[in-house]
Design a protein around this ligand. Structure first.
Ligand code: NAD
Ligand code: PRE
Length: 360
């Protein structure tokens, strides 16, 4: 298929826009990539060859595809400005916002009868980091990429992101992401703040916070402006999720007060089973790192290289080093694989060649 989307403008070259630029370039080295952002960001994007050329907003009219990778409030503003422009050919326009319903309602109102094909988009992967320096070509690998409708040419341009397209109704999208993406950010931030308040009375809090606390709170470091926009764009759903959760907390308070051993155990058991079932879904994109092996490694020079050499014939999707604060215990290498069989093979190789502790 000859793709007619040749001149592509990305507005907003932060974490998402710059990572998309790298992904687009991977499969489509010949498209012309333009960028629009503040001067410092554009300079970095040009230096790092993320884009070919800077563009102005009025140059939207000469583009074939425009990707809005901007915060939600800025995206609304840009949608309005673009809807006031005149196009001699059809513009394909998409966004990356974390909410979809309000954006689609607005787009349907303002693009009606215009030469603009708007397709709502949301890559279901990201990070607590932001800005052009966080660009990562593998950010969207194996993650779902939500679109509000199929579009062969757009999907082809985005193929180098290595994500999986899924068509979702905008309202349904906001309900689901409200539960599994937006609400968890509220929980993480509340937990960090509650612990901080408690630490005024109990300073040891700052020392005894360990792996569990770290795993629960990484996303509390996310960009506050972005999350304010997300929450305000999905208010009703998020309020409902919070109220629902309050009910769950009240239920567990009751079990504890009543020393109800069976119900407390059922509570944890149920959580464990549900999460383990979600693990099965990991390969389909619920959680980007799937089939993980945790190798406990001594803090010695060359140890990571040794493991990598051992696994050189197996496809690894990600490696993470979970450092330990204490010097006397081992750090943990988290290695992610594409399949259960790759994981099993890697486990056998490491077990055969080292005495490192391994867990799945
Ligand atoms: N961070 C995530 O995990 C994540 C994941 C998926 C989708 N998203 C969504 O993608 C969008 C971008 O998020 P991000 O994490 O890349 O944010 P970011 O802060 O890293 O990047 C946003 C960029 O947009 C630029 N910008 C803002 N207003 C602009 C304007 N009017 N014109 C041109 N550039 C402008 C900023 O300078 C910045 O470089 C948001 O709508 C967010 O909801 C974020
Ligand atoms: O990994 C993270 O830090 C994220 O929060 C990314 C995350 C999420 O997983 O909920 C957050 C917002 C996006 O719209 C999509 C993905």
């Amino acid at each position: 298929m000859e793709n007619k989307l040749k001149n592509i403008l990305i507005i907003g070259l932060g974490l998402i826009g710059s990572s998309m630029a790298l992904g687009i370039r991977r499969d489509h080295p010949n498209v012309k990539l333009f960028g629009l952002d503040n001067e410092a960001t554009i300079n970095t994007a040009l230096q790092n060859h993320l884009i070919d050329q800077a563009a102005r907003l009025d140059q939207v009219t000469m583009m074939d595809l425009v990707i809005l990778a901007t915060p939600i409030d800025a995206t609304f503003d840009l949608l309005t400005k673009i809807s006031q422009m005149n196009f001699s050919h059809e513009l394909v326009l998409t966004d990356t916002c974390s909410t979809k319903n309000e954006i689609m309602i607005r787009a349907n109102q303002i693009f009606n009868g215009k030469n603009i094909k708007f397709i709502g988009g949301h890559p279901m992967a990201g990070s607590h980091k932001s800005g052009v320096n966080a660009a990562d070509v593998n950010l969207f690998e194996n993650a779902y990429y939500v679109l509000t409708e199929r579009n062969e040419e757009l999907q082809d341009i985005l193929s180098g992101l290595h994500s999986k397209f899924i068509i979702v109704d905008p309202k349904e999208h906001d309900q689901v992401t409200g539960q599994v993406s937006h609400f968890p950010h509220i929980i993480a931030s509340s937990l960090v703040q509650q612990s901080n308040t408690y630490s005024k009375k109990h300073p040891l809090v700052n020392h005894l916070a360990a792996g569990g606390f770290r795993d629960m709170t990484r996303i509390a470091e996310a960009n506050s402006k972005m999350w304010t926009s997300v929450i305000l764009s999905n208010r009703q759903e998020i309020i409902e999720r919070i109220k629902d959760f309050k009910g769950d907390l009240d239920r567990i308070i009751k079990f504890i007060e009543e020393k109800d051993e069976i119900r407390i155990s059922e509570f944890f058991d149920s959580g464990k089973k549900i999460r383990q079932n979600m693990e099965i879904l990991k390969g389909r994109g619920v959680i980007p790192n799937f089939y993980d092996l945790f190798v406990s490694v001594p803090d010695e020079k060359g140890v990571i290289l040794k493991i990598l050499v051992l696994l050189q014939d197996i496809s690894i999707t990600n490696i993470k080093i979970n450092e330990e604060n204490r010097e006397d215990i081992h750090g943990q290498l988290q290695i992610s694989f594409k399949s259960a069989s790759d994981l099993e093979q890697a486990k056998e190789i490491i077990e055969g060649a080292t005495d490192f502790d391994i867990a799945e």
